[in-house]
Design a protein around this ligand. Structure first.
Ligand code: ADP
Length: 609
């Protein structure tokens, strides 16, 4: 085991000293979280690079001499310190000290999806300069805002040796908070922690919406179509206006931003009306590689009163009935937010204790063992736990809670609990924060389930129906048993559809554990597609497979995406392969990874040889 004291000499970076740091209100929790994570880590903190490989790793189709010439030119244009070569040992760090050189949650080898360098532009103009430079040298660049997209590839580029364009480090301003319009305009490096603090500092009664963890980029998460848990939880749905640098270097503003304001001002409706005039382009800049978003507007929710609650359900097989109860309540907006239905195993994991604390046998933790532990926890011996929140004045919330109590009460053995009845360290208190727009760190706790814990997400969309969710759970259960992995299902119910989020936790030090998670995810994607279900988001290395399941009409959608890609990015420099979209220069040359592919590296076999 690593001597953790040597890793903890410095406190985690704090905000605002560091744009991506942790605010003072969470300093202690940050320290404790880091300590717990490192206590379960046996991998060395710093990994030496592979012997004999010249560094930095180059992108495809370029000589070292030409690469060096390109780096020197870009350094001259945007500053020596703003182009950093990736030629040092790799450090996985942890959530608050994440790398921008590779995927900290590596699922193949640690150095598989490494970059050659990181570029730090300081303005939209410098992004344009960089893009034009990339076109000249045909170097692939991969934009990130914060790079904390853990479980989906982190900061790693899809192409080994591409350059990471880290927008957040020098472009991290909250440009505007408008208390009357209830909106804001941000740059890529504004985290949920930072936006929350900025709003608090104004004193305006406004809420932000945060995902489970608060360290991500507000803009980056919306561009990847992430979700949160207040009534404003659809992050893309609640954005209003973008500024985008196209892959050939031009800048566009979308929506009302395309209409210049008086005397050179930004248009006053840029953050008020999403659509502007003409085709609605914003969608093509999300989950794609069609542009680099440099500014983005968001709506903020007026602060309101709120009550979070949990409901436990006794039996494992009650979830179809639970889903049937949820759907009309969600569609009728009696459920105020995006509620979560979590399997009781998560009550154990979110205590932050390792699996070995609960069970030291082989394979997945047995159901009876989960029951034994749950019995002594506040949730009691149950199978499912539903976390919800209602909003508005007292009489609103009371009315909603009465209906919720009545409808869920029809499910035998269900019990509703309010926060005041639960101990201070119970997870419901963290939901109270998240569901009222206060960003936290709590969700990291279940990474301690396995030593060197990392995770992948399987994230299919299901109709909010008992029958559909049952089919998806059954296939997950079957595959998890086959690969010997604990099943952690959470349903985030948007109303007509549910995001079925399954966290595949694995041990980064164990090739067998990684392979099991990798193969299990591939199998589940294929099984789900055969039943008509597709993922809303996936890890960079699974993007080809997922994109290929959206193949109605002979792959008509991908043909459209490829037409757009080739028109917008004729040299194929921007994030090739992101979301399974390959520019012509790389297409069909062995980069795509489909199920059944036995390669152990993300590179095409001929390049790897
Ligand atoms: P977070 O730190 O919030 O998790 P990231 O910065 O890692 O988010 O962004 C998630 C993904 O979204 C990135 O891997 C990238 O593909 C895409 N992305 C992020 N920011 C931008 C941007 N400004 N322009 C274009 N794509 C982006």
């Amino acid at each position: 085991m690593t001597d953790i004291s040597s890793l903890l000499v410095q406190p985690p970076p704090s905000w605002p000293e560091k744009y991506s740091g942790i605010p003072a209100r969470l300093a202690d929790i940050g320290n404790q979280t880091r300590e717990k994570i490192y206590a379960g880590r046996s991998l060395p903190r710093v990994a030496p690079r592979k012997q004999g490989e010249e560094l930095p790793v180059l992108p495809p189709d370029i000589t070292r001499e030409r690469f060096n010439e390109a780096v020197a030119e870009l350094r001259k244009e945007i500053g020596e310190a703003n182009v950093e070569l990736n030629d040092k040992p790799l450090v996985d760090g942890w959530y608050m000290e994440h790398p921008n050189t590779h995927d900290a949650f590596h699922i193949l080898e640690q150095d598989d999806t490494v970059s050659s360098a990181t570029i730090y532009p300081g303005s939209t103009e410098e992004v344009q300069t960089t893009v034009r430079w990339a076109n000249k040298y045909l170097i692939p660049i991969y934009p990130i805002s914060m790079g904390r997209n853990l479980g989906y590839g982190g900061a790693a580029p899809r192409i080994r040796g591409a350059m990471v364009l880290d927008l957040g480090k020098r472009m991290n301003k909250v440009l505007k908070i408008d208390p009357d319009n209830c909106s804001c305009l941000v740059e890529p490096g504004v985290s949920y922690f930072a936006l929350y603090e900025a709003v608090q500092a104004t004193g305006y009664p406004l809420w932000i919406d945060t995902p489970d963890l608060g360290g991500g980029s507000v803009l980056g998460n919306a561009v990847d179509r992430g979700v949160g848990y207040t009534p404003y939880g659809d992050h893309f749905g609640c954005h209003c206006g973008m500024e985008v640098v196209l892959p050939t270097g031009e800048v566009v503003r979308t929506g009302m931003g395309a209409l210049p304001g008086k005397d050179g001002e930004d248009n006053p409706c840029w953050q008020s009306f999403q659509y502007g005039y003409g085709p609605y382009n914003d969608g093509i800049f999300t989950q794609s590689n069609f542009g680099i978003v440099t500014k983005m507007g968001f709506w903020l929710m007026p602060a309101t009163e709120h009550t979070s609650y949990l409901i436990t359900f006794r039996d494992e097989d009650q979830y179809p009935q639970i889903m049937q109860t949820i759907r009309p309540l969600a569609i009728n907006k009696v459920l105020g937010n995006v509620p979560q239905l979590r399997h009781v195993i998560q009550e154990l994991a979110v205590t932050g204790k390792p699996k070995s604390h609960f069970y030291d046998g082989e394979g997945p933790i047995p159901r009876e063992v989960i029951r034994k532990w749950a019995k002594d926890m506040p949730c009691g011996d149950c199978s499912w736990v539903f976390y919800g929140t209602v909003y508005g004045p007292d009489d609103f919330r009371k009315g909603q809670l009465d209906i919720i109590r009545r409808e869920f009460g029809k499910i035998e053995g269900s019990r509703l609990m309010l926060p005041e009845k639960l101990p201070q360290d119970h997870y419901l208190h963290s939901r109270v924060s998240v569901c009222s727009g206060v960003p936290v760190l709590r969700e990291l706790d279940w990474l301690n389930w396995l030593p060197n814990g990392a995770h992948l997400f399987f994230a299919p969309i299901a109709p909010t129906s008992g029958e559909d969710v049952k089919k998806l759970f059954e296939l997950c259960r079957k595959r998890h048993e086959e690969y010997g992995i604990d099943l952690f299902p959470t349903l985030c119910v948007a109303s007509r559809e549910s995001h079925v989020i399954v966290n595949l936790v694995y041990d980064r030090s164990s090739p067998a554990s990684k392979k099991a998670a990798y193969d299990c995810l591939r199998a589940m994607i294929s099984d789900a597609a055969a039943g008509g279900y597709g993922e809303y988001r996936t890890h960079i290395l699974f993007a080809d497979q997922v994109a290929n399941t959206y193949n109605w009409g002979g792959g008509a959608l991908m043909k459209l995406n490829e037409t757009l890609k080739d028109a917008l990015d004729p040299n194929g420099i921007l994030a090739p392969g992101r979301n399974g979209i390959w520019p012509e220069r790389y297409r069909g040359k062995g980069y795509e990874i489909f199920p059944g592919d036995q390669r152990t590296s993300s590179l095409p076999p001929h390049i790897n040889a």
